[in-house]
Design a binder for this molecule. Structure first.
Ligand SMILES: Cc1cc2nc3c(=O)[nH]c(=O)nc-3n(C[C@H](O)[C@H](O)[C@H](O)COP(=O)(O)OP(=O)(O)OC[C@H]3O[C@@H](n4cnc5c(N)ncnc54)[C@H](O)[C@@H]3O)c2cc1C
Length: 466
């Protein structure tokens, strides 16, 4: 073959671009190609600019507390462009009983705050002697058993803000595998976290107090990240892979009119798109997937610009748990978080509607969505005048929902890549859904390819932030 490909990556979203980035770093000179179905890279990350407003179709930012993402920023020089909104300086609100309440970023401080009643505070300590149940559970059942049902609105808000999901369906084992492992190992989450903290303190000795992470974006929006990552890559856009095959020479990917042969193949796609290709692949060793597909939650973003009469409280935004029965899941106070996203004298709010529990709202016309969102928000925020700018953004990408049964699918994926040398599977949903989850597993895959093995992920205890 004239130009054999060392690694062929399917998908030019953040995951595929990050695998390529780290591979270029670890194996300079290796031939790495990316095939991307859409006409431009970036996948679920895409920014919207119009009339001086800057909003996001997908991700609004990511926390600077994961090494792989920090390395990516430094390698590309994007660390110098990044805008930071430190969690230490910003507050978040939770909507309870029809009002916005300031919520501390730290779960311990939430429990200490007057948002939680005294009996509920005492019940949280029940975690210390509740025997762990090893079988898979929903987040709601698990959290109610360990900490008491009074905390569920707060857990709901966290999962609304990340998964746009339903805590009665999401699996604790899939969503917080690190916390679950700690619980099973130490017999209690609180005990496990205290021991971890003590060990970390001993390691750091008398170092400076650790700050909370900061939210990162860019003056041009999150779209800047894939734009920069794509610049020095062999990336073919408008090229959809229709099937993959394992053969004697390694791996083959076919598009409608062409075939690509490579030593290693990386599927950097959302869970359902990888499953579709894997289910129709030929030559693979191992059993079929335990699930044909997983649910996805779709949201719609309603970007609204307001003039000087709008009085938006300081902070990142708010989240509304389901029990509040509000129209919007929450809203980001975008111009507070990242100034410069609206013309001078104006502010931008981005409200999120729909999610796993309210897909019916996605069918509403744009003008109804705008009106109902404004009606909802003005009961919570001082917005005496209607928006002067509105834009309804309907992302193509759904958010994979890691619900009950998902850990079996992940275990199957791990067996599959272990049994089929040269095959690697990462992307939206596989090891979590956030940008930091993507960069971390993409980096592990690049390291595994350059070492000639399969990536092994570890379940981290992730911080829980609103
Ligand atoms: C509405 C929304 C809001 C979000 N907000 C946040 C946030 O605030 N913070 C955060 O950290 N994360 C957020 N995320 C998640 C974040 O955007 C994802 O983790 C990340 O973008 C996933 O990247 P990926 O490359 O794995 O997948 P994708 O972005 O899905 O990229 C996969 C790529 O593969 C391409 N492709 C698909 N099929 C084929 C094929 N057959 N052949 C070739 N190419 C193919 C697609 O076109 C796409 O470009 C959000 C996601 C959504 C949808």
């Amino acid at each position: 073959m004239a130009n054999p490909i060392d690694t062929l990556i399917i998908g030019g979203g953040l995951s595929g671009l990050t695998v390529a980035h780290f591979l270029q770093k670890y194996k300079p000179g290796a031939k790495i190609s990316i095939l991307e179905k859409a006409s431009s890279p970036g996948g679920a990350i895409r920014s919207f600019q119009h009339d001086g407003y800057l909003a996001e179709w997908g991700a609004h930012g990511f926390l600077d507390n994961v090494e792989a993402s920090r390395e990516l920023l430094i390698d590309t020089g994007l660390d110098k462009e990044a805008q930071k909104a430190p969690l230490d300086d910003f507050v978040r609100y939770i909507c309870l009983n029809g009002k916005l309440n300031l919520i501390p970023q730290n779960p311990r401080k939430i429990i200490k705050s007057n948002l939680v009643s005294l009996p509920a505070k005492l019940r949280v300590l029940g975690d210390l002697w509740k025997k762990p149940h090893p079988e898979e559970q929903t987040v709601a059942a698990w959290a109610a058993y360990r900490f008491g049902a009074s905390l569920l609105p707060f857990v709901d808000a966290v999962l609304t803000g990340t998964y746009a999901g339903d805590l009665n369906r999401l699996s604790i084992d899939a969503v917080f595998p690190g916390i679950r492992a700690l619980e099973l190992e130490k017999g209690s989450v609180i005990r496990g976290l205290l021991q971890k903290r003590k060990a970390a303190k001993e390691k750091q000795q008398a170092g400076p107090k650790k700050k909370l992470p900061a939210m990162i974006s860019f003056p041009q929006g999150m779209g800047r990240l894939p734009e920069v990552l794509a610049t020095d890559k062999d990336l073919l856009c408008s090229t959809a892979v229709v099937s993959i095959h394992k053969n004697e020479g390694g791996w083959e990917a076919r598009t409608k009119d062409k075939s690509y042969q490579a030593n290693s193949l990386v599927l950097a796609l959302s869970v359902n798109l990888s499953l579709a290709l894997l289910q129709n692949a030929s030559g693979l060793t191992g059993e079929g997937a335990p699930l044909p597909a997983i649910p996805e939650a779709r949201i719609v973003t309603i970007a609204m610009g307001f003039g000087e009469t709008a009085k938006i409280p300081f902070g990142f935004g708010y989240l509304a748990p389901e029990q509040e029965k509000r129209f919007a899941l929450g809203a980001l106070f975008s111009t507070h978080m990242f100034p410069g996203r609206a013309p001078k004298g104006h502010v931008l709010l981005e409200a999120l509607v729909g999610g796993r529990r309210h897909p019916e709202k996605l069918a509403l016309d744009d003008d109804i969505l705008v009106q109902q969102t404004y009606d909802d928000l003005k009961q919570l925020i001082n917005l005496p005048d209607p928006p002067v700018f509105t834009q309804v953004l309907r992302p193509r990408h759904g958010i994979p929902q890691l619900e009950i049964g998902y850990p079996k699918l992940l275990a199957w994926r791990n067996r599959l890549v272990a049994e089929n040398r040269g095959l690697h599977v990462c992307g939206f949903g596989w090891e979590g859904i956030g940008i930091n989850d993507m960069t971390k597993s993409a980096k592990q895959i690049a390291a595994a390819i350059s070492a000639g093995g399969a990536a092994k992920g570890e379940a981290d205890v992730k911080g829980v932030y609103f």
